[in-house]
Design a protein around this ligand. Structure first.
Ligand code: GUN
Ligand code: ZN
Length: 426
């Protein structure tokens, strides 16, 4: 069946960090997107598409903005119910709130119920793809992949692996992490829209033997992604030095075990040394900025402008439940605020690009998702740029699309998300 969505259509034509940001996108006012078989079949003027495809089912969005669905490149779906837990910094926050909650995921029913709730909460916020950590329990991985499959949703996930510095019931071993990850990877990677990510939580909760086992598994399946955490808080970095006295730095703990190459996703990456930055760039690994988490847990200010100027591959993410919101709009706002605190405000085009193409690029999926281009998968989010009285009265003053969009980025929430299309289905 052919479907047409009409509205203002926003397509990125270029990376807004590499040229004039305001010229990086094209907005087709009175535009339309033709969707067929889960893909974007054509993009153009509404009058032309409506005339050319008279049998298509039409959904009219007036002057709402149709953009690519948001791509959240780093989340912990098992932390859904502990979001906004008060008063701790990283290691205490993990021990006090996160680990007790993650223990509940031995229960497959609880895992599935949380996965469904999580995907519902993100979809109403316009997010069409997430890359999630699960827990050490294989059931938690099946639950999320099953829930995403039922929604036709593109998803990246993996079993979190930890064999030390975690409670008894939340530890695997190097061997069981390898075996379980391999079974899950074989079951899910490439099934429908699912992708597997090998997922050692971070160096403090893995022995060198476990990191080596993850590296060996990645060598066997080089086509999958690998996700972990890097240099989020200063005490964490000191702890890594104690645990890995022979490594050059935090990044080296991963590289020494075969966990640094394209397709490696490093969440946070705030306090990097010059060597680490140069090596990340050289290896074309991905960094994922999680601004609401970095301010909420008190981690620090990500150097977006500097890292982008170096040509690093960077995505944007909520990091729920360390992050304080399920919304990528709120996350873009936080990225703007972090940029301001560093004296480098991000342009609205850069913020929207990070939440769509940038994150897709971090996942090496920029040819499939994160933009409105013919042939790409039809994951679309429709935004009302005047969704509340406060935003509407600001929006009427706008002179161009970026001024029209920015109040929604800064003040918008799920009320701004009019609709969400996943795999060509509303
Ligand atoms: N580092 C290791 N695990 C986690 C986690 O669950 N959340 C955050 N924010 N950082 C981590
Ligand atoms: Zn995380």
């Amino acid at each position: 069946m052919q479907k047409i969505l009409t509205g203002q259509v926003l397509q990125f034509l270029a990376n807004p960090f590499e040229g004039p940001a305001e010229e990086s996108a094209r907005v087709i006012t009175d535009g339309a997107v033709l969707v067929e078989g889960g893909r974007i079949a054509k993009v153009g003027r509404a009058a032309d598409l409506l005339a050319d495809y008279p049998r298509a089912v039409v959904t009219r969005y007036g002057d709402h903005l149709i953009c690519a669905g948001f791509v959240d490149a780093h989340v912990h779906y098992p932390q859904t119910a502990i979001i906004a837990s008060w008063g701790k910094r990283l290691i205490d926050w993990l021990n006090t709130y996160t680990f007790p909650e993650e223990m509940r995921f031995t229960d497959a029913g609880f895992a599935r119920e949380t996965a469904d709730r999580y995907l519902d909460l993100t979809r109403v916020n316009g997010t069409t793809t997430v890359t999630s950590f699960c827990t050490i329990h294989p059931e938690s991985v099946d639950a999320l992949f099953d829930a995403a499959e039922a929604r036709g949703q593109r998803i990246v996930a993996g079993k979190t692996c930890m064999d030390r510095n975690a409670p008894d019931r939340l530890r695997d071993t190097a061997q069981s992490a390898y075996d379980d990850s391999k079974t899950l990877l074989e079951k899910w990677h490439g099934r429908g829209r699912a992708s597997y990510a090998i997922t050692p939580r971070f160096s403090p909760t893995s022995t060198p033997e476990q990191l080596a086992a993850m590296g060996a598994l990645w060598a066997e399946y080089p086509e999958v992604l690998m996700q972990t955490h890097l240099s989020e808080q200063l005490d964490e970095i000191e702890w890594v030095k104690e645990l890995y006295p022979n490594s050059r730095d935090y990044l080296d703990t991963y590289e020494e075990h075969g966990l640094l190459r394209p397709g490696a996703l490093f969440g946070h990456a705030i306090h990097l040394t010059d060597r680490e930055r140069a090596r990340l760039k050289e290896m074309d690994a991905s960094l994922v900025h999680c601004p609401t988490s970095n301010t909420f847990i008190g981690s620090g200010l990500f150097d977006m402008a500097g890292l982008m100027a170096e040509g690093q591959r960077v995505g944007l993410a909520t990091d729920t439940g360390g992050g304080s919101s399920f919304s990528m709009l709120r996350t873009m706002a936080a990225a703007y605020e972090v940029g301001q605190l560093r004296g480098t405000p991000l342009h609205p085009a850069q913020l929207l690009w990070l939440a769509t193409q940038g994150s897709a690029r971090a996942l090496q999926m920029e040819g499939k998702i994160g933009n409105i281009v013919e042939g790409m998968e039809a994951d679309l989010t429709v935004l009302d740029l005047a969704s509340t009285p406060a935003i509407a009265q600001r929006h009427v003053r706008a002179n161009d699309i970026w001024e029209a969009l920015f109040p929604t980025i800064m003040m918008g929430d799920d009320r701004a998300v009019v609709d969400c299309w996943i795999n060509g289905e509303r």
